[in-house]
Ligand binder design. Structure first.
Ligand code: SF4
Length: 737
């Protein structure tokens, strides 16, 4: 252990080289210098959202990041970046960075700095004690979609194969679990089929539960570059910024989207605007689906959704007659009590109209976090590393062989999902928890219960950039982690594109990269010999290539980080068979399923469907409003642990919680714009400032998710297939404060 620690710490503090750079003195506001010296600039992929924009990081003579600009040559963002990207360096300089391991003093109850040796000993001794007392699975891990793929894979392998844990999940459960399950069932693999060029090549873009103007602004810019005069349809209860810019806003009742989608399928069948040849050649289950949707008549669907029959007809006409139709969804679908079937109802529409595998088409799930796709493939949670199955002995043997482990260390089943881990803590089955780069005490649904549950843990380890997150404050041990810009590795974006992040800033104090921390924990635990080949992120990348070989996500043809960088990112699949192509130009924008073959055993895509179910907690007399939550602005990210650190971003978004309420409701409750309002649910209350606006329908309110008070209100319902929480519908009461 000592040797590894010495080596890693020396690597952080040793003499500067061109490959290892110092922390900048001034992070600036991301201004472009008057004269760029190409030799002093490097490219790095943004570490906030899944768009995967490239940033040019401008370095001083010592290789320190001075500031950054949006990369004009990168095929994704074409010189654009949203406010978070422009301010990506600012959160690294925050005063509340974790700069040394902190251990809670049992006498004083306070967190106090300790050496890395002491911290690692505390982690291993406490977790091993718990395992001895309560069994090997009494320690669990909650990780993130925000770290690089190499770190995710190393953590997943360390936790499950090295430490013998079973219950390992991440905040990808809150974000993309639904898409993962929906694609896996329908296509045979978690495979988003699109490329961003599809935004520009569609004749009709249908967004369901998505607000890209705010949540994915650079993707929206790509929509605005579409020269085909497309129909842009937004299906959303709110008149969001995107809905206001659309050609058609379908304002439906919250959580009636599954009914609407089945109704559209029925209309397409009776109008005869489906592609029977494609359905017959490339799908299975259509006849059953077609019979199932028969009862979703326009009159029934209109009554259930509140959407006029004429609007349903118009929507069906758009989907059924435009040559290239793309359907896009994100959290409005994924965070629902019937999320997987809703996502699959979207997939069904694409399949039955043959809108897949061609330019400008697809059933396209927009990812949330910068590396949720990496997490889906290599988090080692629901799927075995590389998208394999834990329950398949052949798969276990193959993965074990590539990593150099005995197959017996790989569990034969998946562990608990996030909510099941919390339930297991609640009943005393899990007593130790390691939380990495996520902020459960703020972001988890029905937050008060989550905090209560964390209070029951014997030992809570939080590994994070900051000591001040709501979760870090509860920890028994805080491990200081380097952030984006202070380490290297790869991210995989929404369109399956691998991009490289670079180390352009030195982490403060004793903070180490997550990769280094995982290696140290492996050594301290006594399983370091399993991970000798994981010498560095780039060495680990070679292992990931081997794991991907032969899988749908095969990227074994990629040589190294330099090739990814030089090519402007590389989408999977990129098998060795196309490695020899010197010109990657034709491969810059690639979509899946152009041959109509899917990843199921018979190569046919499947139609999945179930009857719609009522929402878990509808409004009633005592709680007459429906609360919807979502992103508030493009300057805020999740729980704000990073974006709140930027003075610029703080100026671009409200610093107090605001609530959108309809003018008629406001008048009824004597609420004027700017008034303080109290919002109560059965679980807690929150105070907010009223924004009186008809963007929300009557008896509905909207709160931005970035404020800790919001999840005091939310109700914990879960999709039964993906176990993703439904953040977007619960009953509340509203009154003037
Ligand atoms: Fe970063 Fe996403 Fe903004 Fe692009 S759109 S700059 S990836 S946060």
């Amino acid at each position: 252990m000592k040797t590894s620690l010495d080596r890693l710490l020396h690597a952080r503090t040793g003499p500067m080289t061109s490959a290892m750079v110092l922390r900048p003195a001034d992070f600036g506001l991301g201004r472009v210098p008057a004269r760029l010296n190409p030799a002093a600039t490097t490219r790095s992929i943004c570490g906030f959202c899944s768009t995967g924009c490239a940033l040019q990081i401008h370095l001083n003579d010592l290789g320190e990041a001075i500031n950054l600009s949006a990369d004009p040559t990168y095929p994704i963002n074409l010189g654009m970046a949203c406010p978070k990207g422009w301010e990506a360096l600012a959160p690294l300089a925050a005063p509340d960075r974790a700069t040394a391991p902190l251990l809670r003093n049992t006498a004083t109850g306070a967190l106090a700095p300790v050496s890395w040796e002491r911290a690692l000993a505390a982690l291993t001794s406490n977790f091993k004690r718990i395992q001895q007392e309560a069994g090997p699975h009494a320690v669990a891990v909650l990780s993130t979609g925000q770290i690089v793929t190499e770190e995710m894979a190393l953590l997943g392998a360390l936790a499950k194969f090295g430490m013998g844990l079973l219950h390992v999940d991440s905040n990808t459960r809150q974000c993309m679990a639904t898409s993962h399950v929906a694609y896996k069932q329908s296509f045979g693999f978690d495979a988003p089929p699109f490329t961003y060029a599809d935004f520009e090549e569609s004749d009709a873009l249908i967004f369901i539960g998505a607000n890209p103007c705010i949540a994915h602004p650079i993707m929206w810019q790509r929509v605005m570059m579409n020269r085909r005069n497309p129909d842009i349809v937004i299906i959303d209860p709110r008149a969001t910024e995107t809905a206001q810019a659309a050609t058609l806003h379908v304002s439906l009742r919250p959580k009636s989207d599954l009914t609407l989608l089945y109704g559209l399928a029925h209309l397409l069948v009776i109008r005869g605007t489906i592609k029977r040849d494609f359905i017959a050649a490339h799908t299975s289950g259509f006849e059953e689906f077609s019979a199932f949707v028969r009862e979703f008549t326009p009159a029934h669907v209109s009554a259930e959704t509140g959407v006029p029959v004429a609007t349903l007809e118009r929507l069906a006409e758009i989907i059924g007659t435009r040559e290239r139709v793309s359907l896009w969804w994100t959290m409005g679908v994924n965070q629902s009590h019937e999320a997987t079937r809703t996502a699959q109802a979207i997939i069904n529409l694409a399949l039955m109209t043959g809108n897949i595998g061609r330019p400008g088409t697809g059933a396209n799930s927009i990812t949330g976090q910068c590396n949720a796709m990496g997490s889906r493939l290599f988090g080692n949670a629901t799927s075995l590393l590389g998208g394999y199955d834990f329950s398949n002995a052949e798969h276990r043997s193959k993965v074990a062989g590539i990593i150099g482990l005995p197959p017996s260390v790989i569990p034969e089943r998946t562990g608990y999902a996030y909510d099941q881990i919390l339930d297991a803590i609640d009943r005393g089955e899990i007593r130790g928890l390691w939380v990495i780069a996520t902020n459960t005490a703020h972001s988890w649904i029905n937050q008060s219960r989550a905090r209560e549950i964390f209070g029951k843990l014997d030992f809570l380890v939080v590994q994070d950039m900051y000591t001040t997150t709501e979760t870090a404050k509860m920890a028994d041990l805080v491990l200081p982690a380097a952030g984006w810009g202070e380490k290297e590795g790869t991210l995989i974006n929404s369109e399956r594109r691998l991009g490289v992040v670079k180390k352009v800033v030195r982490a403060p104090g004793q903070a180490l990269s997550d990769f280094a921390i995982f290696r140290l924990v492996a050594d301290a635990w006594g399983c370091g010999e399993f991970f000798q080949a994981w010498r560095s992120p780039e060495a680990a990348f070679q292992i990931l290539k081997d794991l991907s070989r032969g899988q749908p996500c095969d990227f074994s043809g990629i040589r190294d980080y330099a090739q990814i960088d030089g090519a402007g990112g590389i989408q999977w699949p990129f098998p060795e068979s196309i490695r020899s192509r010197s010109d990657l130009g034709e491969n810059r924008e690639r979509r899946l399923f152009s041959n109509g073959k899917f990843f199921t055993p018979d190569t046919r895509a499947r139609f999945f469907f179930d009857p719609p179910r009522p929402m878990a907690e509808p409004p009633n007399k005592d709680y007459p409003f429906l609360l919807m939550t979502g992103r508030g602005s493009s300057a805020q990210w999740h729980t704000g642990s990073r974006t709140d650190k930027s003075a610029v971003l703080r100026k671009l978004a409200p610093t107090v919680l605001t609530v959108e309420i309809h003018p008629d409701d406001a008048a009824e409750l004597s609420i004027a714009p700017g008034d303080n309002v109290t919002i109560r649910s059965r679980r807690g209350h929150a105070k907010a400032v009223a924004v009186v606006t008809s963007t929300v329908q009557r008896r509905q309110i909207f709160l931005p998710m970035h404020f800790a008070a919001v999840n005091r209100l939310t109700f914990a319902s879960f999709d039964p297939h993906s176990r993703q929480p439904g953040y977007k519908a619960c009953a509340v009461a509203v009154s003037r404060a």
